[in-house]
Design a protein around this ligand. Structure first.
Ligand code: WT7
Length: 644
């Protein structure tokens, strides 16, 4: 695929588009040259209780301080709900599509408002105050959105933990932010199976002393133990409270949520987003990149446990008064035509999913797609990992019938919303490229010495100035924030990704340049998987790297050194896989485990991951310089015993 393969989207897609090429240029220039004027104008996207007069106040040096709209006051739930009631109270806010294709529900803005107000009143009754942390561990049910917005309404900071995380992972996320309340469900449903959420929660609560109350949503009706005084059924609590609730006045810089994400070292970081700038960014990017038009049905297939679900199932679409579809199931159940059937059933106009899903469905051929109509579709989005041109073209040709714009969106938990993405109709598409930065985003490429590269180049992707949706800090660890994002190259935000820029200024993300891997769009620190493995009593040492994987993008390849006297058996291999699933969650299970009597280390004891990555990728001819190894013979052994 050359950079010159451009796709001109047919004009019917463009009719009525918000932004054309020249308007986009003007916006880019205005946001760069007069950010205060530009972002003051865009601030009208949210409902302020007090209009901000100070707009941008940010510094990427010294103590790093990022403040937007700092004298404004608002409540995110009001922007998402109350202000729509007069105009579109009876419009559907959330279409919920169950795991079971016969199970769905529609919730209007008015109904959603009432459900949020009731739960917010419950939170107040349970003494949740502004600034308190509430952990949410729910499946993909409407209650997840209700819980987030109810927290926002009372000023509590929510921390959503993906339902696929284990009890262990849930506990460490509760402990880190010292939540006082947990919102969970009896069980979740996925692909015809049940997920034991309450059982996991009970396990986690054994080591989470800060939790005083647990609110349990009844999703499957499965039998679960309830602890007297601590555990309460959601429905019982919500029945006895008022259907309206006064929203808390929040400063623009008051926290809205924490979301834990993996880095290259240590335990997951609590990424902190605040209220005003985040809401403006979620609304701005959702409207522009998805070219959202009133009355359209928009579907993002992510889980609310990830940032994509926060910004593009809940906050962005609801701030824009959209109809947002929420899907409980998986693309392959009851069969691999499910996505396209749901699109026809609910007449979805805008569809947003991950490359890993596209690649998995591609494998089954065109028939499961082509047996559906998909006429309602207009825009197709991609997120989470680089999309290879083959998958991009399949998405465009087979799913979109060459009629829909494909928008590949590059961003991160830390950025709060989309950063590099085409505006449909304003930017010509190139399969495999996230194209150009959005207005307000100023990327640069640096070489490893920190020199800025110009023109076509490849290097470290950094952002040179702040945008409203940027994370503000790591929860209770501002030093770690500075250290992680602003120290490798001082004065700029370091994304951790590499990228190439072509002669048209288009960006092609090449993947992480640190020890973070991306498995089916799930971000993981190799260090976390290593510590899970080393926690097993028979394991002496472990090194984890990513390896190329046809469907998942990257697979997890683990080199394991056993304690002296332990036998490397097939049974132990299986036991370790199960162990990691239990320690972190099913999605972190290693795809390959290689027994390694020794690991390639430098004389100072540092593991040379470059070599391990090459062996995992089966690129053993280009191992490069191994002369600095303490014991070069280990490499030969590792090559001979490579698995897969
Ligand atoms: C990392 C962020 C962004 C929301 C979901 C993941 C990779 C994300 C793309 C894309 C190439 C992408 C990057 C990034 N990534 N989108 N369109 N093209 N790479 O959020 O868990 O914070 O992961 O995902 O490596 O740094 P996240």
């Amino acid at each position: 695929m050359t950079d010159d393969t451009r796709i001109a989207v047919k004009p019917n897609v463009l009719a009525g588009t918000h932004v054309d090429a020249s308007k986009r240029e003007a916006m880019v220039a205005a946001a760069r040259d007069e950010p205060d004027v530009f972002w003051k104008h865009e601030s009208r996207r949210v409902a302020w209780m007090r209009e901000p007069t100070r707009i941008k106040n940010t510094s990427f040096t010294g103590d790093v301080s990022i403040r937007w709209y700092e004298d404004g006051e608002l409540n995110a739930s009001v922007s998402c709900l109350d202000r729509h009631l007069a105009e579109r109270g009876d419009q559907v806010a959330i279409i919920w599509e169950g795991d079971d294709p016969n199970n769905d529900a529609k919730v209007t803005y008015r109904e959603l408002h009432e459900r949020v107000c009731r739960l917010a009143n419950v939170l107040r009754k349970l003494e949740v105050k502004k600034g308190d942390r509430v952990t949410i561990y729910l499946p993909m049910v409407v209650e997840a959105a209700v819980a987030m917005l109810a927290c926002a309404r009372v000023g509590a900071i929510h921390s959503v933990v993906f339902g696929g995380f284990s009890a262990e992972s849930l506990a460490s996320r509760i402990q880190d932010c010292e939540s006082t309340l947990l919102i969970t469900a009896d069980e979740g449903r996925r692909g015809g199976r049940r997920v034991p959420l309450k059982t996991n929660a009970d396990e986690a609560l054994k080591s989470s002393p800060t939790i005083r109350n647990v609110v349990v949503a009844r999703v499957t009706g499965g039998e679960v133990p309830m602890q007297e005084g601590r555990d309460h059924w959601w429905d019982d609590l919500c029945r006895d409270v008022e259907p309206s609730c006064e929203p808390e006045r929040m400063n623009a810089e008051d926290p809205l949520f924490i979301l834990y994400t993996s880095g290259s070292t240590g335990k997951p970081k609590g990424v902190l987003h605040t209220t005003g700038g985040y809401m403006v960014w979620a609304s701005f990017t959702h409207e522009l990149v998805f070219d959202y038009r009133p009355g359209e049905v928009y579907w993002c297939t992510a889980d609310v446990g990830w940032v994509t679900g926060h910004s593009y199932i809940v906050y962005g679409p609801l701030a824009n008064g959209a109809t947002s579809l929420m899907f409980e199931g998986v693309p392959s159940w009851p069969d691999n035509s499910r996505f396209w059937q749901v699109i026809d059933k609910h007449q979805v106009n805008i569809f947003y999913t991950a490359p890993t899903a596209i690649r998995a469905l591609m494998r089954d051929g065109e028939e499961p797609v082509k047996r559906t109509s998909r006429k309602s579709l207009r825009i197709l989005g991609s997120v989470g990992e680089p999309i290879n041109p083959e998958a991009w073209l399949w998405y465009y040709r087979v799913v979109g019938d060459e009629r829909c714009a494909v928008v590949d969106t590059w961003w991160q938990t830390e950025t709060g919303g989309l950063m590099i993405a085409p505006l449909p109709g304003a930017v010509e598409l190139k399969p495999g490229s996230a194209t150009l930065p959005l207005p307000g985003v100023q990327p640069a490429l640096l070489d490893n010495d920190g020199n800025t590269l110009t023109g076509p180049a490849e290097g470290n992707l950094v952002i040179t100035d702040s945008w409203p949706g940027q994370m503000r800090t790591v929860f209770r660890d501002h030093q770690r924030f500075i250290q992680t994002y602003f120290s490798t190259f001082p004065g700029v935000y370091v994304t951790g990704d590499g990228a190439r820029r072509d002669e048209d200024g288009y960006y092609w993300i090449t993947g992480r340049v640190d020890d973070v891997i991306n498995v089916s769009g799930h971000r993981m620190g190799t260090a976390e998987i290593e510590s899970a493995l080393v926690a097993h009593p028979k394991v002496a040492e472990a090194a984890v790297v990513g390896m190329p994987h046809d469907i998942k993008g990257q697979g997890i390849y683990a080199y394991v050194t056993l304690n002296a006297g332990e036998e490397p058996t097939e049974a132990l291999r299986k036991e370790l896989v199960t162990w990691v699933r239990k320690e972190i969650g099913p999605f972190a299970a290693p795809d390959a485990i290689q027994w390694a009597p020794g690991l390639p280390k430098t004389r100072s004891g540092k593991i040379m991951r470059r070599i391990l990555r090459k062996i995992a990728a089966n690129e053993v001819d280009g191992l490069g310089d191994t002369s600095t190894l303490a014991d070069p013979t280990v490499v030969g052994d590792l090559i001979d015993n490579r698995v897969g």
